[in-house]
Design a protein around this ligand. Structure first.
Ligand code: ZN
Length: 149
């Protein structure tokens, strides 16, 4: 019987999103676009957001860089389609705490995103994993949709 460790499982999820990114490419029309990079690794993320009231009607990303940065953005884009902006910011806050090692991360709540936890033990890669999420929070702030943290 093949036994996959949790770490292998995390790697599988990340590689799958890296090889087949979800919601990658320009979103038109969009309400805001924001580009940020992680100079430590050379990762670039451009985020397109479309709002519908207090909902995130659409989210796509473009970018290049390491597998962790691109997979994290893909997982984020898949998860946040059509959800309430408040839920998106809550989720981003939860991811940030998990990556900072302040929280274990709730597998039920996070779904596939729990795979990012595999990155926590590689401190130099945490910025890679967080790039999409920090770009999201900045974009929401710029759009006047952010919540004070
Ligand atoms: Zn990177």
């Amino acid at each position: 019987m093949v036994h996959l460790s949790l770490e292998d499982l995390y790697k599988e999820v990340i590689l799958d999103h890296y090889r087949s990114p979800r919601h990658k490419g320009r979103l038109d029309p969009h309400d805001i676009v924001l580009e940020r990079n992680n100079p430590l690794c050379g990762d670039e993320i451009e985020l397109f957001l479309k709002f519908d009231g207090d909902q995130l009607a659409g989210l796509s990303f473009d970018g290049k860089g390491c597998s962790i940065s691109q997979a994290s953005a893909s997982m984020m884009a898949e998860r946040l389609q059509g959800i309430a902006i408040k839920d998106a910011t809550d989720l981003a806050g939860g991811i940030r705490k998990m990556m900072a090692g302040e929280e274990e991360g709730d597998a039920d709540e996070l779904g596939d995103l729990i795979a990012l936890k595999g990155v926590v033990k590689y401190p130099v890669r945490i910025k890679c994993a967080m790039l999409g999420w920090t770009t999201l929070l900045e974009a929401l702030d710029e759009a006047g949709k952010g919540t004070p943290s």
